[in-house]
Design a protein around this ligand. Structure first.
Ligand SMILES: Nc1ncnc2c1ncn2[C@@H]1O[C@H](COP(=O)(O)OP(=O)(O)OP(=O)(O)O)[C@@H](O)[C@H]1O
Length: 590
């Protein structure tokens, strides 16, 4: 029996109820795999046998146990809708669903007033979605998403890379600023990098806006969710919560697929009445590292996305220029669903063409189309290269791309250059793991580019902060480089949220790692011009690699992606989708 099994068994035994012990063992195991809950009727009997549980007690034991309730009593576990939860996760999930319900019920009361207010913005809407704005296909989903977000207090905009989520939010903000010039905006994302990137994209998207809007965009201060909520080292509770909500008229959360259920619950709890919430993300990306896949579950909960009621479409018609094509009137399958008309999926990537390279490969992976994926194996595509021989020369050539940042004297520019390329690994250990790859890159750059990796804080070591450092203002995922300051002392340099340069003594950073290569999980929320993905060998790949992992890795690249891995490993990854147990879909369908 492995150590991991023992941990789960210790957990299960702690509650001293043999009639439900195997079920608690399984719950502990499922939580460790990122599930929020699981269905005990689908328990894997063979797996339990291996852990020493030969006899599976009757399922009725679960309903009889004093440790379990239906959520209405304070018990350590909850069994509801055939899902077994630990009380804490049931509480978080319930909090998120209750807050969404409150948002939507509140909005419904003022719906007609909202429409009336927006009618005054007819010309502005026409201008924003006019000549410079491009749409692909008859229906402009960005327009639909923008109006949905303006009209509602809670909305979700989902879409793959470059589908215009940020561009759409820029337009939402422009419309809201026309209604209220003093609009208080809070921008956040799970990582500092993702938050800074959103602010940068918003500034770019707003560059041709009216001066007062441009000024607001220039002054936007992105934050991590932790920083926005006011985390502190000395208090487990955030400063902002239900009793002390965030002082914002609108909260925009990017990369929402990376948020685990606990953080999402705390975020929702801190958003008071009258504050608007927009969640942005890619429902097909990897879920959070911690428990849950809430963003994906909310998107999946609706039977059909991008469908609207006739009444809603008629209202929109009155807001839009003559001739605007609205979505076809559907069969209103989702009409009774709480999230109906609150989620819009952007479908067209303005960054990638569906017809070539990265865009085409990422779609083929998402849809698990082996023939289309195999179409890349002959390496005729300009954007995608697949190398099943793990060619050392190819790896070296890619790694030599880091020379550009090493040679760059200006630290601010070097920080930009380090983020132009990245090696991504699926795993941490083994020959294709992130540690071994970083060591291999250091060796190559030592031989060929004069890198001197002889001490921990060597000149030009790229680093990634791996835990939040409140006092230093550094957060998990921040990328920096080590370079000597003018006084010759080695410092770690970072780009601050406002784009300025900041430095700290590296010894003060609690935990960090070398970032020539990083795991695919850690790369979420970042993009690079060129990406090299290293897959582990097939046997391991089958266990580690999933569709979401491969899709996330491939779509980190803007211009070129090289995959070193066997064809079998790529095809097998595309065939395995992650499913995380949660009660969101069932509970929202009730
Ligand atoms: N309707 C549009 N017309 C013209 N260009 C657009 C439009 N929508 C987006 N773009 C351009 O496409 C690029 C990607 O847009 P944007 O950054 O808004 O997408 P995104 O979904 O937020 O991407 P990601 O999250 O992957 O960074 C930007 O350069 C943007 O200017």
């Amino acid at each position: 029996m492995s150590t991991q099994v023992n941990v789960h068994q210790v957990f299960a035994r702690y509650f001293k109820d043999p009639t439900i012990e195997p079920y608690l063992f399984e719950l502990s195991r499922m939580l460790a795999e990122g599930h929020i809950c699981y269905d005990p009727t689908l328990i894997d009997v063979e797996e339990l046998k291996q852990a020493g549980y030969d006899q599976l007690p009757d399922l009725n034991a679960l309903t009889k146990s004093p440790l379990i309730s239906d959520g209405n009593q304070h018990t350590p576990f909850v069994l509801i809708n055939n899902n077994l939860y630990m009380q804490r996760y049931y509480y978080y999930e319930s909090l998120v669903l209750e807050r969404i319900k409150e948002f939507i019920l509140e909005e419904n009361k003022t719906r007609s007033e909202r429409f009336k207010k927006i009618l005054d913005l007819k010309e502005i809407i026409a201008g924003l979605f006019g000549s410079k704005h491009m749409q692909q296909g008859p229906v402009d989903w960005q327009l639909m998403a923008a109006l949905t977000a303006v009209l509602h207090d809670f909305s979700i905009i989902t879409g793959g890379p470059g589908t215009g989520k940020t561009t759409t939010v820029a337009k939402v903000l422009a419309l809201l600023l026309h209604m209220n010039r003093a609009l208080k905006i809070a921008l956040c994302a799970p990582t500092g990098k993702a938050a800074a990137r959103m602010a940068e994209s918003l500034r770019y998207a707003g560059k041709d806006s009216a001066p007062f809007i441009k000024d607001v965009f220039e002054a936007l201060k992105p934050a991590t969710i932790h920083r926005l909520l006011g985390s502190s080292e000395h208090n487990v509770r955030f400063k902002h919560n239900r009793e002390n909500p965030l002082l914002a008229d609108i909260v925009i959360v990017d990369e929402a697929s990376m948020i685990d259920v606990a953080l999402m619950a705390k975020l929702m709890d801190a958003i008071g009445q009258g504050t608007k919430l927009i969640l942005l993300g890619d429902k097909d990306q990897l879920a959070s590292v911690e428990a849950g896949s809430l963003f994906g579950d909310l998107c999946k909960a609706l039977p059909v996305l991008n469908e609207f009621s006739n009444g809603y479409l008629d209202d929109l018609k009155s807001l839009l220029p003559e001739g605007t094509i609205l979505p076809a009137r559907g069969d209103n399958r989702g009409a009774n669903h709480l999230l109906y008309e609150h989620i819009v999926e952007l479908k067209y990537s303005h960054r990638f063409s569906d017809q070539k390279g990265i865009g085409k490969l990422s779609k083929a992976i998402l849809n698990n189309q082996p023939d289309k994926i195999a179409g890349f194996f002959d390496n005729l595509d300009e954007e995608v290269k697949i190398d099943s021989s793990y060619d050392k020369r190819l790896f070296e050539d890619f790694v030599m791309g880091y020379l550009d940042f090493i040679k760059e004297k200006d630290i601010k520019v070097a920080l930009k250059k380090i983020n132009q390329l990245r090696v991504l690994a699926a795993v941490r250990e083994t020959a294709q793991g992130v540690h071994a790859i970083n060591a291999a890159i250091e060796k190559i750059l030592k031989q060929k580019a004069g890198l001197k990796p002889y001490s921990i804080f060597y000149e030009n070591r790229p680093i990634m902060v791996t835990s939040n450092n409140h006092q230093l203002g550094l957060f998990n995922g921040d990328i920096g480089i080590i370079r000597a300051a003018e006084d010759g002392i080695m410092r770690a340099w970072f780009e601050a949220a406002d784009g300025s340069l900041k430095s700290v003594l590296p010894g003060f950073i609690n935990s960090m790692e070398t970032a020539f290569a990083m795991t695919i999980h850690k790369s979420q929320g970042s993009e690079f011009n060129q990406v090299m993905i290293l897959l582990p060998e097939k046997k391991q790949a089958e266990r580690m690699m999933t569709r979401e992992l491969l899709y996330t890795a491939v779509t980190r690249a803007k211009e070129k992606v090289i995959i070193q891995g066997s064809q079998e490993a790529i095809l097998s990854a595309a065939a395995i989708g992650i499913h995380r147990g949660s009660g969101v879909i069932k509970r929202l369908c009730k």
